[in-house]
Ligand binder design. Structure first.
Ligand SMILES: Cc1cc2nc3c(=O)[nH]c(=O)nc-3n(C[C@H](O)[C@H](O)[C@H](O)COP(=O)(O)OP(=O)(O)OC[C@H]3O[C@@H](n4cnc5c(N)ncnc54)[C@H](O)[C@@H]3O)c2cc1C
Length: 450
């Protein structure tokens, strides 16, 4: 029986509408939860740092399992580690860096948990050859099934492993994860700047580049800043100061400035150019003044990349086929300008695009069949955000947009069905076989996957 059952009123950060919240310290605690539907009603939903932008981890009238006490670390070899699913990305990256190691892929937002990260897609500017998503680095998981049995899922169960990776906790609770790691590999960042129409012409050229791609988009300034990340030979990740300045500018200074101006200046025609001007100037300063050498390890341990910073940033992402992305960029800018005219709402932070490699290691990988560009919309303003996203979803669907079940706010069930097609049918079939009582199925996934 879990020793650490917390009632709703005491719960720090879990889903407020769950009937019961628990913070297990061991696998036995999790087994006890899954086996006892009377004390721990369905749906049973594992929760990491709860950073998703949809209701994917909701446990309305059910049981929320806060995984953050499950943090054991074991180094299995020079290339493999086993970590508790509640370990934060930041503490794992810190621990690996002590041994000169890093994760394969440049995942940002280091407050999230390893369990949450591998249970969904991960969008970042990975250098080609790295995995498209962290879930691809998973060699094995220790899973507690919806019925409360422990199963070690590894290479000997390839189909199940491909469904647990990016499986949103629908096949059970991931308690521990064995991951591939590697020695720290530095990369150099080169910067380019474009107007939107130039960027559209540039996209086909860089689509196959041997570089990680990250693009900051300022539609109201008709301007984009492109970061290209090239793998570098060498034995060190370079100087830390330029990286820290860049990290501070992009992840603290811009969001905090935008949020403050938004609060004190109600007049849009003064506020909005001020915000855009500051974002553009800061981004330009960073890209012109600081040529940077970094590494995944440096990015994931960056101190300014905290989600619980003074400014809360709302986000939502869609992914698009590489060959449609130039047209998406154009339509995105037109959409932002038109929506602002009509609804007076605009995203006050630059959008961010990443190229995501093809990755078929998970059945529900968004880039299972082809490489994609992810477009992440961000804002510090809540009023008008949901209406903006609902309208944007229509645009995304016209360009064969692929949603992520935990990161695409504004998606409808039909968007998921259209994008994932037969793979979703296959996932649904196996999910129903493995969880016939729907122990882990919440309302959101009942609507979106079934
Ligand atoms: C401002 C902001 C921007 C972000 N931008 C990006 C981005 O650019 N790219 C990106 O990839 N991510 C981004 N994220 C993080 C994003 O929310 C991811 O979804 C993250 O990987 C989820 O990790 P988590 O620990 O918060 O998981 P949660 O949100 O807690 O859970 C995610 C899903 O996994 C399930 N789950 C969690 N733990 C387990 C477990 N142990 N076993 C089984 N199932 C589990 C949950 O039920 C849920 O369905 C951003 C977050 C914020 C707040």
């Amino acid at each position: 029986m879990p020793r650490t059952v917390i009632r709703k009123s005491q719960s720090r950060r879990l889903n407020q509408k769950s009937a019961v919240s628990v913070r297990p310290k061991s696998i036995d605690d999790i087994i006890a939860v899954c086996k006892d539907p009377k004390r721990f009603p369905s749906p049973v939903r594992a929760v990491g740092s709860n950073s998703g932008s949809t209701r994917s981890s909701d446990a309305l009238h059910g049981t929320s399992i806060d995984m953050t006490a499950m943090k054991k670390f074991v180094r299995l070899s020079s290339r493999r580690v086993q970590v508790g699913a509640g370990t934060s990305l930041r503490s794992l990256a810190d621990r690996l860096a002590q041994d000169g190691l890093e994760l394969v892929g440049s995942y940002e937002y280091p407050e999230r948990t390893v369990g949450g990260l591998i249970s969904s897609g991960s969008l970042s500017a990975g250098v080609p050859g790295d995995a498209g998503h962290l879930a691809a680095s998973v060699i094995a998981v220790t899973l507690v099934t919806p019925q409360g049995r422990i199963v070690e899922v590894g290479d000997d169960m390839p189909e199940l492993l491909a469904m647990v990776r990016q499986g949103y906790g629908l096949l059970g609770v991931v308690c521990a994860v064995t991951l591939k790691v590697r020695p720290i590999q530095p990369y150099a960042i080169r910067h380019r700047e474009f107007a939107f129409d130039e960027l559209m012409r540039f996209i086909p050229d860089i689509a196959d580049a041997k570089a990680g791609i990250k693009i900051f988009l300022l539609p109201f300034r008709d301007h984009a800043f492109v970061e290209l990340r090239f793998a570098q030979s060498g034995d060190g990740p370079g100087r830390k100061l330029p990286w820290k300045i860049r990290d501070w500018a992009c992840n603290k200074a811009i969001p905090d400035f935008v949020h403050s101006v938004g609060r004190v200046m109600p007049i849009g025609r003064i506020r909005d150019p001020l915000i855009d001007g500051f974002s553009e100037a800061t981004q330009r300063l960073v890209s012109r003044r600081f040529s940077v050498v970094g590494s995944n390890a440096m990015e994931q341990t960056g101190q300014f990349r905290k989600m619980r910073q003074s400014t809360a940033v709302a986000y939502s992402s869609w992914l698009f086929p590489v060959d449609r992305f130039a047209a998406v960029i154009y339509a995105y800018r037109e959409f932002c300008l038109r929506h602002y005219k009509v609804a007076r709402f605009r995203c006050d932070l630059p959008g961010i695009a990443y190229r995501i490699d093809r990755d078929a290691s998970a059945l529900l990988s968004p880039s299972h069949d082809q490489a994609l560009f992810a477009l992440k919309l961000r804002s510090t303003t809540a009023a008008g955000w949901d209406a903006f996203l609902l309208n944007f979803a229509d645009l995304a669907a016209r360009f064969d947009g692929v949603p992520l079940f935990n990161q695409t706010r504004g998606m409808s069930a039909h968007h998921g069905h259209d994008a994932y097609g037969q793979r979703l049918d296959r996932f649904r079939k196996v999910r129903r076989q493995l969880d016939p009582e729907n122990r882990c199925l919440n309302q959101f996934f009942a609507e979106h996957i079934g």
